[in-house]
Design a protein around this ligand. Structure first.
Ligand code: AMP
Length: 397
C-alpha cells in the first residue's frame, strides 16, 4: 500500500509518499508560503528536485497541487490517486485524549479541536490539512499520529508541575512532551541495531534539531521528557529559551515594558542559541563562528551542550542507569562536535566516545568504543516512516 504522509503547518506543508511494503519513498517535497505567494517543491525518487512558484491561497489548493504533481504524466510517481491507500497526518497535540495513533473520524477530529487550546499554532493547521485531504480524497482512510502520544506513559510524578493540583484538575496543566514519534522510532531502532530486546533497555534519546527535546525510555516506554505543556520547556533550542525561572518573565516584562505576549515572543523567537550568540540559530554558523574564536558562538554552544548533558544525567538518575544514548535530528545527526561536547560530561556514566566513529553525519552508527559502558549511537530519525507504519497498521483490513 502507498501512504501519503502529511505534516501540515500554518503556512507550509511537508509530504511524502511511502510504499509501505518496501518502505521506499516514492516522492517527497513541500509547499511553502501558503496564503502568500506559494512555492511547490516536488521530488520523485531518483530524480532532480522541481521547484515551482504556484499560487496556493489555501491549504486545500496546496494539497491539490501536490496531488497533481504526484500523478503528472511526465514526472508523477503514481499513475492515479487510487494508488494512495491511506493518508497519515502528523498531529501535534493530543492532550490526554490520545495515547496512540487513531483513525480520524468526526468524533476524533472534534476532540483534536478541543485540544487546540493547548497548541493554538499547530492543531488548527493540522486540522486544516486533514479537512483539505478529506475533501480532495473522499473515502481514503486518514490516521492521526500525535507528537504527544508516546509520552502518555509518563508517571504522574514526572508529568505534574509543582503547582496547585487544582490547575491540573481544572485545566490539565501538566507536562505532555513532544517529538514522540521521533523518540519512539529512534529508541526502537536503537534496540534493533544493538540486537537487544526493546522492553529491557534504558535508553536516552537526544532529539537535537531546531526544536530539541530529550526523552528517557525505560522498557519501551517514555518515562520522562524535557518539553512540557508546550514545546518551550527543556533544552535550549534554535530560538526557544527552554527552561527559565518563571520569575524572570515578570522581571523582564517590567524592565522592557512588555505584556505577556511580548515576553512569550522573546522566549519563543528571540532566545535559544540565536539569542545567546547574536549570530544565528543554525549550528553550522555557530560552529564556524566559534572556530574563529567568536565569543558569541562559543558562549551559545557551551551553554547549549551543558544543558543537554545535565538532562542526560538527570534521566540516567530517573532510570537508575542508562544502556543506550542516541543522538538524532539535524544537530544530533550532523554535529560531531556537539555529540563530543555532551559525551565529555558523561565519563562518570562510563561513556567512552570513539572519536573517529563520531565523525559520522546522517548515518546509523555506533559512536562509542567497545569498552564503553553505555552504547552511544548516531541515529537519523524518520518520523515520516514511523507515521506511514502506524497508518498502515490502523487501516489494514
Ligand atoms: P532539524 O530541525 O532536525 O531539521 O534540524 C535543523 C538544524 O540542524 C539546523 O538549524 C542546523 O543547526 C542543524 N544542522 C543541519 N546540518 C548540520 C550540519 N551539517 N552540522 C551542524 N548542524 C547542522
Amino acid at each position: 500500500m502507498n501512504v501519503l504522509v502529511i505534516n501540515c503547518g500554518s503556512s507550509s506543508l511537508k509530504y511524502q509518499v511511502i510504499n509501505s511494503d518496501t518502505e521506499e519513498v516514492l516522492a517527497k517535497g513541500l509547499c511553502e508560503r501558503i496564503g502568500l505567494d506559494g512555492r511547490l517543491v516536488y521530488q520523485k525518487a531518483g530524480c532532480e528536485k522541481e521547484i515551482t512558484d504556484a499560487d496556493m491561497p489555501t491549504h486545500k489548493q496546496a494539497i491539490q497541487l501536490v496531488l497533481d504533481a504526484l500523478v503528472n504524466q511526465k514526472t508523477g510517481a503514481l499513475n492515479s490517486l487510487e494508488e494512495i491507500g491511506a493518508v497519515g497526518h502528523r498531529m501535534v497535540h493530543g492532550g490526554e485524549k490520545f495515547a496512540c495513533s487513531t483513525v480520524l473520524n468526526e468524533e476524533v477530529l472534534k476532540v483534536v479541536e478541543e485540544c487546540s487550546d493547548l497548541a493554538p499554532l499547530h492543531n488548527p493547521a493540522n486540522l486544516i490539512g486533514v479537512r483539505a485531504c478529506q475533501e480532495l480524497m473522499p473515502g481514503v482512510p486518514m490516521v492521526g499520529v500525535f507528537d504527544t502520544a508516546f509520552h502518555q506513559t509518563m508517571p504522574e510524578k514526572a508529568y505534574l508541575y509543582g503547582i496547585d493540583y487544582d490547575y491540573y484538575e481544572k485545566y490539565r496543566v501538566r507536562k505532555y512532551g513532544f517529538h514522540g514519534t521521533s523518540h519512539s522510532y529512534v529508541s526502537k531502532r536503537a534496540a534493533e541495531i544493538i540486537g537487544k530486546p526493546y522492553e529491557e533497555l534504558k535508553t536516552i534519546v537526544c532529539h537535537l534539531g531546531n526544536g530539541a527535546s530529550i526523552c528517557a525510555v525505560k522498557n519501551g516506554k517514555s518515562i520522562d521528557t524535557s518539553m512540557g505543556l508546550t514545546p518551550l520547556e527543556g533544552l535550549i533550542m534554535g530560538t526557544r529559551s527552554g527552561d527559565i525561572d518563571p520569575g524572570a518573565m515578570e522581571y523582564l516584562a517590567k524592565k522592557e515594558n512588555l505584556d505577556l505576549e511580548g515576553v512569550m515572543t522573546i522566549l519563543n523567537k528571540k532566545s535559544g542559541v540565536q539569542g545567546l550568540s547574536h549570530i544565528s540559530s543554525d549550528f553550522r554558523d555557530l560552529e564556524a563562528a566559534a572556530a574563529k574564536n567568536d565569543q558569541g558562538g562559543i558562549r551559545a554552544l557551551e551553554t547549549y551542550i551543558y544543558r543537554v548533558a545535565k538532562y542526560v544525567g538527570s534521566y540516567a538518575a530517573a532510570m537508575n542507569g542508562v544502556d543506550v544514548i542516541c543522538f538524532t535530528a539535524g544537530v544530533g545527526e550532523n554535529g560531531p562536535d556537539t555529540r563530543k561536547g555532551v559525551c565529555d560530561y558523561l565519563g562518570y556514566l562510563g561513556v567512552e566516545l570513539d572519536d573517529e566513529a563520531n565523525q559520522v553525519r546522517g548515518e546509523e552508527k555506533v559512536i562509542s568504543t567497545p569498552n564503553s559502558k553505555v552504547t552511544v549511537l548516531c541515529l537519523p530519525t524518520n518520523e515520516e516512516l514511523a507515521i506511514a507504519r502506524e497508518t498502515v497498521e490502523l487501516t489494514r483490513k
